[in-house]
Every structure is written in C-alpha cells, then in structure tokens.
Design a protein around this ligand. Structure first.
Ligand SMILES: [Fe+2]
Length: 129
C-alpha cells in the first residue's frame, strides 16, 4: 500500500489550506478497501475534499488569483471521477487486489497539490504574499 506523507514541498504558504491537505493525505492513507466500513470512510474523504475545495476556491477568490476558473475545473473533474468510482463500487465492490481507487486518489492528489496548487502558491509569493 502506498503511503504518502505531506512534505514542505507541498506547502501552499497558507497554514489553513496546508492543514486541509495534511488531513486529506491522512484520510487517504487510512482508507482500507478491505474494511467493512470502507464506503463510509470513502464518503468521508469525499465530504472532506468537497469542503476543502470550497475553502480553497474561496481563498483564491479573496486573493484574486487569475487561474481560479481553470483551478475550479480541475476540482470539478476530480469530483466527477470520484463520484463515478463510488457508483461503480456500490454496484460491485472492488476486488481485494484492485488498487485503482487509491492509485487514482494518490496520483491526482499528489499532482494537484504539487503542481496545480503550487501555481497559486507561486503567484502569491511573487506578489509578496
Ligand atoms: Fe486545489
């Protein structure tokens, strides 16, 4: 099982949003596809992610980040893909060795925090924020 840890390289320079990212990483680390309450845990990750996206988008609105619309599209497409996976899982639970879900969550989250979120972090830094 891949375990990812939050590192300074993931910092977006905003303590509240960094905390959100740390919590999210922890929640995904704790996701166990074989656990009887997996769907509950998975839904909790989804809920937390939705709340986090809202907090992040509000922050980007407040600071006037010019890439907000594109960033919002990324968040929305993630929500769509995960919703599709939940639907699939409800239809027939994933096999024990099927790691698609976690792989997807990790690769998306890592790419998003390390690349996409760093765009607004760099933009904020460039403005002296
Ligand atoms: Fe984001």
């Amino acid at each position: 099982m891949t375990v990812i840890q939050w590192t300074e390289a993931m910092s977006v320079g905003n303590p509240a949003l960094d905390k959100d990212h740390q919590k999210l990483i922890q929640m995904i680390n704790d996701l166990d596809q074989a656990a009887p309450d997996f769907l509950e845990l998975f839904n909790a990750v989804l809920d937390y992610t939705t709340g986090h996206f809202e907090r992040e988008e509000t922050h980007l609105e407040v600071i006037g980040f010019p890439g907000l619309d594109a960033h919002r599209v990324q968040h929305d497409s993630f929500a769509d893909e995960v919703a599709a996976m939940v639907k699939e899982y409800r239809g027939h639970a994933f096999q024990a060795g099927d790691t698609r879900l976690k792989d997807f969550l990790w690769s998306w989250l890592k790419g998003h925090i390390l690349i996409e979120d760093q765009r607004y972090a760099a933009w904020t830094r460039a403005r002296g924020g």
